[in-house]
Every structure is written in structure tokens, then in C-alpha cells.
Design a protein around this ligand. Structure first.
Ligand SMILES: Cc1cc2nc3c(=O)[nH]c(=O)nc-3n(C[C@H](O)[C@H](O)[C@H](O)COP(=O)(O)OP(=O)(O)OC[C@H]3O[C@@H](n4cnc5c(N)ncnc54)[C@H](O)[C@@H]3O)c2cc1C
Length: 369
């Protein structure tokens, strides 16, 4: 594409889960261009997740988004049964009590003693006491959900531009001129769904300088002996030093729960994080690690208070934030996109998210503090 696409009503920067889901929600109501810097959407965080839906993950302000997303995810057939088990740490159960305090009223969390724990987690070594069961936890078919949103967006007429990295934004009167590698686009509204690059995009627009900080997280696929049973739960250390779950072919997906401060980049795993993860895994279960088959890393990007940022900027006119999806951007995508669409189109919230207090996610909170 060369020259200018004119006119578009809304230009969304970033075609990961955030941008794709929002494009699908608004495509029927506006002329939308979805701009992606890579040659394939989903290359960054969206293509690297651990693919689970857990209502107790991400903080109490994220839980309503996760819970409200369930019906849509179930309807698309992208969820499958998993269950999570939260293991008390060797030093005691303080972290378990925090989970109950923060989520107990909204999420089913059943206390487990050491014996029940051993029945759920094969070859669990002793010394860790009990924990919690979270029966509602599911696996998500992330690629399926992303493809669903891209397909829905396309059917409503959204134009997807790939290989079109945005390099500059300029406001001329009521219109943004969006300069991309593939040409310029004019639109009165620009949406910042650029994941780890969200602060960079905001700086281009002279918007609020909200720091959306990327952190690297690593996942390793292991062949183990005996093979992992497919009905095993997602096992999470309540002290947040690892999690693992079964994968196809008896494999394990394991993460050291790392959270390494980084710049926005094409994240790659570091050997030390891989070694730490395997060491923690071998200390907690008595399984032989036969082979490390592959490892990858991705970026989880957070706002300063770790809540996502949805809403119009309070400095730059026509600049809309849809960023800071942290480690929960897949499991919250349906509710986030419904809220984002309502705010963007200045419509009432749909029933599925009407009870959610969207002020929690308003970029205005960072103007006040
Ligand atoms: C290891 C790991 C495990 C995770 N596990 C889970 C999980 O189990 N469940 C869950 O819900 N979430 C999980 N997450 C979080 C989830 O993956 C993210 O929250 C989600 O993918 C964020 O989506 P996004 O669209 O905001 O970002 P991205 O997928 O990174 O998309 C942003 C897009 O913007 C594009 N872009 C950036 N700058 C520009 C520019 N200048 N011009 C054009 N395009 C641009 C990028 O190329 C990119 O494609 C995990 C993340 C990681 C890393």
C-alpha cells in the first residue's frame, strides 16, 4: 500500500489479541484500519502465552474482566477443562491466605490438605503442605481465539495492514496522520493497542506519558518421564516462583514465573531462566526431565498500578488507550474489547460487562496521581 487511505474513522495500532478483538467489536460501526508492524499478527506477546484462563490471576481489578469473558470464550469453543492447583510454599501458607482474601468472594477456591494435593499432582514431593484448588481454571486455544477475532473483523470490513510499522503520528486539525512503513493513513481516532510498544506510540502522539513497562517471561516445553497426564491441573506456586501444566504428547509447559524488566523487543529466553525453572520443577515433583524440547519468552506489559488502560487520553484528542494487558490479555480479551468498543464509540456498556467499573481502567487515574 502506498499513499493515503482516506477516510478511515478509526486506526488501531497493533494486531495482537488487543487490537484484533477491538477491531472485531467496532468493525460494523466504523471504517477501521488495523495496522500491524510485523508481517504476521500475533507474532509478539499473543503468540507466546501460556494459554490459560484463571480468575485468580492478575489481581482483584482484573478478575471481573476475566470472569465476564467466560461466556464469550465458551461460545467460541476455545476453552477446555484444566483446573488449577495453588501450592503452598515451603515456608507456609501466607500466600494461600492472600489468594482467599483477594478472590475468595468471587472465585471458587477449595482448600486442600497435603493428601488431597498429592492425589491431584502426580509425584509431588513432600514438605509443601496443602494448597488450594481452583476448579474453574481452563486452557484457552489462543491461536483459535485470535483467528476468530481477525476473521470477525475482516467480515465486518476492517482492513488489516501488515508490515506497516508506525513511525510517526501527527494531528492536523481533527485528523491524525499516521505514518507507516507502508504509507500514510488519516483518521480522526487512533487506538494504541501496541502492547510493549504502547508508551512509544503515546510519545509519538504527545499523549499522557503513561509507562507501560514490559517484563520478560519464559516458558519451556519439557519431555518428562513418566509422560504428563493430560488431565493434570495447572500447578501454580502460591509464592509465584513457578507454574507448570501438561501439554499434548505428555509434555510439560513450565515457567519460572520470571518477570525481568526489559525494553520492548523480540523477546528470547535466557539460559539462566531455563535452568532456574528446571531446578524448581525438579525440587517440587519427582519426575525425570528427559529433554528440553523448546523454550520461548514473551513480554508482559504493565501500567504502574498493573491495571489495564482503556479509554481516551486526557491530553491528546482522539487518542485512545487499549494497553497494559500484562499477563492476562488473552483471558480478558472479550470483556476488554466490549468495554473498549463502548468507550470508543461512546455507547452504553453491553450486558456482559455492564456491572464493571470502567473508571478502574481510565487513563485519567494517572493524571491525578
Ligand atoms: C510467557 C507468557 C505467558 C502468558 N500467559 C498468559 C495466559 O496464560 N493467559 C493470558 O490471558 N495472558 C497470558 N499472557 C499475556 C498475554 O499474552 C498478553 O497480555 C497479550 O498477548 C497482549 O496482547 P497485545 O495485543 O496487547 O500485545 P501483542 O500481542 O504484543 O500485540 C501488540 C502488537 O503491536 C504491534 N506494534 C507495536 N508497535 C507497533 C508500531 N509502531 N506499528 C505497528 N504495530 C506495532 C506489535 O508488532 C504487536 O503485534 C502471557 C504472556 C507471556 C509473555
Amino acid at each position: 500500500m502506498n499513499g493515503t487511505i482516506n477516510p478511515a474513522d478509526i486506526a488501531i495500532i497493533g494486531a495482537g489479541m488487543a487490537g484484533a478483538s477491538l477491531a472485531a467489536e467496532i468493525g460494523a460501526a466504523a471504517r477501521v484500519v488495523l495496522i500491524e508492524g510485523e508481517d504476521q499478527p500475533g507474532y509478539h506477546s499473543t503468540g507466546r502465552s501460556a494459554a490459560f484462563w484463571s480468575e485468580s490471576y492478575g489481581g482483584p481489578a482484573v478478575q471481573p474482566l476475566t470472569t465476564a469473558s467466560f461466556a464469550y470464550l465458551a461460545e467460541q469453543g476455545v476453552l477446555s477443562e484444566r483446573r488449577a492447583v495453588h501450592l503452598a510454599g515451603p515456608s507456609g501458607s501466607a500466600a494461600i491466605e492472600v489468594l482467599i482474601r483477594d478472590y475468595g468472594a468471587a472465585v471458587q477456591l477449595d482448600r486442600l490438605d497435603a493428601e488431597q494435593m498429592a492425589a491431584l499432582v502426580p509425584r509431588l514431593r513432600g514438605g509443601r503442605g496443602g494448597g488450594l484448588s481452583e476448579p474453574s481454571c481452563k486452557d484457552i486455544d489462543v491461536a483459535g481465539l485470535h483467528a476468530h477475532y481477525l476473521g470477525r473483523a475482516k467480515r465486518t470490513g476492517v482492513q488489516l495492514l501488515t508490515d506497516a510499522r508506525v513511525s510517526a503520528l501527527r494531528r492536523n486539525g481533527d485528523i491524525w496522520r499516521i505514518q507507516t512503513r507502508a504509507g500514510a493513513i488519516d483518521a480522526p481516532i487512533v487506538v494504541n493497542a501496541a502492547g510493549a510498544w504502547a508508551s512509544e506510540i503515546a510519545a509519538m502522539a504527545g499523549a499522557q506519558p503513561i509507562v507501560i513497562q514490559p517484563y520478560r517471561r519464559t516458558v519451556i516445553q519439557l519431555e518428562v518421564d513418566p509422560p504428563a497426564s493430560s488431565d493434570m491441573p495447572l500447578v501454580m506456586d502460591a509464592d509465584e516462583t513457578f507454574y507448570f501444566k501438561p501439554e499434548a504428547g505428555g509434555r510439560i509447559w513450565l515457567s519460572p514465573h520470571d518477570e525481568t524488566l526489559t525494553t520492548a523487543c523480540d523477546a528470547a529466553p535466557e539460559e539462566l531462566d531455563v535452568a532456574i525453572a528446571i531446578d524448581r520443577f525438579e525440587k517440587v515433583v519427582d519426575w525425570r526431565v528427559v529433554r528440553r524440547e523448546r523454550a520461548w519468552a514473551g513480554l508482559r506489559s504493565f501500567s504502574p498500578d498493573r491495571r489495564p488502560v482503556y479509554g481516551f487520553d486526557h491530553r491528546a484528542p482522539g487518542f485512545f488507550w487499549f494497553a497494559g494487558q500484562g499477563g492476562f490479555g488473552i483471558q480478558t480479551a472479550p470483556a476488554a474489547a466490549m468495554i473498549g468498543a463502548a468507550l470508543l464509540l461512546r455507547r452504553a456498556l453491553p450486558d456482559a460487562v455492564r456491572h464493571i467499573d470502567t473508571a478502574l481502567y481510565d487513563p485519567a487515574r494517572f493524571e491525578r496521581s
